[in-house]
Design a protein around this ligand. Structure first.
Ligand SMILES: *[C@@H]1O[C@H](CO)[C@@H](O)[C@H](O)[C@H]1NC(C)=O
Length: 348
């Protein structure tokens, strides 16, 4: 009797264990999907940034130097900017009687953002001819081949203002890297007499007074390699599958991005733009325009300059809070008009 019961007990225990495994297994299924959904596996499988390599794996400063000496680089380009010009605002940066051009404001705009552009023209986009601070403004857009009416409106706008730089590529969010590369190319081709280009989006507030002040703090020695913006360090690619910015390991295998300026606003010297225009052709394309800037800068060995006054997030307006602001995201319409007018009246 006793033997039988211990035998029974052992059997029951076995059955319990088997159930327990099944329970655990059933529990693990949702855990697995949650891990998968939030990209935990991808994060675990991503490579350390200290292993960072990115095509072309070349000594980029050396490649740029070879290019400058008129030598053909030993590798072929990875990107070709074959998009034709539709309009180029070619007279924009002519020196005329005013002397040095200090900054060209290069505003990446969406085709149908007519109101944003008009408000910028009436506020911070007003071109200045001060002795120590001369600015010009252009808007960079692509095309919509299916919308002739929109194209006609852009054409008329350009006839009125001569400030539209348009290239033939589809104007869409995920083509912002193309737009950025073309904007860099335009600056060097048509505006190389400017000392700086300030790249902006069309939903920004900018203070020319604070921009001027900031530029005067940049030492001459730093101008060869200079990009300033709101710099992200140790930002991670999003591995969450439902995210708009989801990145696979095939697209980018590392745990961190290199440091990069948030794309809404960053300031670059002409010397640096020149280097970028070469290096960008020899660097693998990524659809994240700001990350692309960071990758190219990393490959060129350029250390980015952080400015906490170029805001990628909106700070609610007060006269005081905006006193030192150089750029602020998400300021539109009458808000922009009021803020700009009030800040203009402040003494620097
Ligand atoms: C980007 O532009 C190119 C050239 O016009 C076009 O072929 C491509 O479909 C565009 N990509 C997106 C994501 O809109």
């Amino acid at each position: 009797m006793e033997q039988e019961s211990s035998f029974e007990m052992a059997r029951r225990r076995m059955r319990n264990w088997r159930f327990r495994y099944i329970y655990i297994f059933i529990l693990l299924i949702p855990v697995h999907f949650i891990f998968d959904y939030f990209g935990i596996y991808l994060m675990a499988r991503s490579e350390s940034f200290s292993e960072f390599k990115y095509p072309h794996e070349v000594d980029m400063p050396k490649l740029v130097a070879a290019f400058e000496r008129g030598k053909k680089p030993w590798v072929g380009p990875l990107n070709r900017l074959i998009h034709p010009e539709v309009s180029n605002a070619e007279d924009k940066c002519l020196n005329g009687v005013f002397g040095d051009l200090h900054v060209v404001l290069v505003i990446k705009s969406a085709m149908n953002h007519f109101e944003n552009r008009n408000m910028i023209r009436r506020t911070w986009g007003l071109e200045m001819n001060d002795l120590g601070f001369r600015t010009r403004r252009v808007f960079v857009v692509g095309v919509d081949p299916l919308n002739q009416e929109l194209q006609q409106q852009i054409h008329e706008e350009n006839v009125a203002f001569h400030d539209i730089v348009q290239y033939f590529f589809k104007d869409s969010y995920w083509n912002n890297t193309i737009k950025t590369m073309l904007a860099f190319k335009w600056v060097e081709q048509y505006c190389s007499n400017a000392k700086y280009a300030f790249f902006l989006d069309d939903d920004y507030y900018v203070s020319n007074r604070n921009l001027k002040k900031f530029i005067h703090t940049v030492p001459e020695s730093k101008r060869k390699n200079f990009i300033a913006g709101y710099i992200w360090t140790y930002a991670r690619p999003l591995r969450q599958k439902n995210s708009k910015w989801y990145v696979t390991l095939e697209e980018y295998p590392y745990f961190y991005w290199p440091p990069y300026p948030t794309a809404g606003s960053y300031l670059v010297t002409m010397e640096t733009i020149h280097k970028f225009n070469i290096a960008m052709l020899y660097t693998k394309y990524t659809r994240f325009d700001d990350v692309f800037i960071g990758i190219v800068a990393w490959k060129l060995g350029i250390r980015l300059t952080h400015s906490e006054h170029m805001h990628y997030y909106n700070v609610p307006y007060t006269k005081e809070a905006y006193r030192d602001t150089i750029a602020m995201h998400e300021v539109l319409g009458m808000d922009l008009w009021k803020i700009w007018n009030e800040q203009e009246k402040l003494i620097s």
